[in-house]
Design a protein around this ligand. Structure first.
Ligand SMILES: [Zn+2]
Length: 86
């Protein structure tokens, strides 16, 4: 999928990277749902606009996990707790 809107958006991502300081005032970051380091692309459906501080905390807590991997992890934690007998 490479719509005009997608291209425009990708240009804005590059623009934002070049002008980090200015954009810090907007307090938004682009988060890659599948990290770039794991082959994630620049397409719209791989990007999430997220508050800067939340973004930092997201990665502090979840590293480079995808949302699906985080859900799996939480599901396992909940299941394990439910099966805990003591
Ligand atoms: Zn991120």
């Amino acid at each position: 999928m490479q719509s005009m809107q997608g291209e425009k958006f990708q240009r804005s991502v590059r623009f934002q990277k070049r002008h980090k300081r200015k954009f810090k005032a907007t307090r938004n970051h682009h988060h890659f749902l599948l990290p770039r380091s794991r082959g994630g692309g620049m397409s719209l459906n791989n990007l999430l606009l997220i508050d800067i501080e939340k973004h930092e905390k997201w990665h502090a807590l979840w590293g480079n996990r995808t949302a699906d991997e985080i859900l799996d992890l939480l599901t396992r934690v909940v299941r394990a707790k439910k099966n805990q007998h003591h």
